[in-house]
Design a protein around this ligand. Structure first.
Ligand code: HEM
Length: 141
């Protein structure tokens, strides 16, 4: 009887594969935590650089916002994270955001994902999860 049992190695391999498959496909397509952190960082930089809405982000620490987006996108995509920031309603209540501004932010996120080579289907899946937040975020006509 040898110590190495090929069937045990095979079973470990199969179980490891099964455990990996449990993390959501969208989370994987976004590049898991490192990919999402890089996306969030790039996204905040682009928001701040935007001539139409960049100034709105002057009073929030970019590093904090990057962290919040990372946790939020990670959790929404099925990753092992928990968003613990403010609610979308509270954090945007005083900003008088209209539909055009909301659409612009979505467009900037889409452009950021495109630039980072995130597959089109994954882009759409993430945007579909964010779209319903318009009800909490848009407060003016
Ligand atoms: C789907 C769209 C959006 C999502 C998912 C989103 C998400 C977030 C998150 C997670 C935070 C951090 C909340 C916290 O303080 O813990 C935040 C804050 C903020 N968002 Fe948004 N946001 C969206 C749209 C917008 C739009 C359209 C604007 C303005 C044009 C905007 C401007 C801001 C600003 C200025 C803050 C910082 C508020 C503060 O000073 O605390 N957001 N957002």
């Amino acid at each position: 009887m040898t110590f190495f049992k090929p069937w045990i190695a095979a079973a470990v391999f199969v179980l490891a594969g099964a455990a990996h498959a449990q993390t959501a496909p969208l989370y994987q397509s976004l590049g898991e935590k490192p990919g999402i952190a890089a996306l969030a960082s790039d996204f905040v930089d682009r928001l701040k650089a935007n001539p139409r809405i960049g100034k709105m982000f002057d009073n929030i620490k970019p590093a904090y916002l990057k962290e919040q987006f990372t946790d939020q996108f990670c959790e929404l995509s099925g990753g092992p994270c928990k968003y613990d920031g403010e609610t979308m309603k509270n954090s945007h209540a005083q900003l008088a955001i209209d539909k055009a501004q909301f659409n612009l932010v979505v467009e900037i996120l889409q452009g950021t994902m495109d630039a980072r080579g995130i597959p089109f289907t994954a882009q759409n899946q993430l945007l579909a999860k964010l779209a319903p937040m318009h009800r909490e975020i848009i407060t003016v006509e």
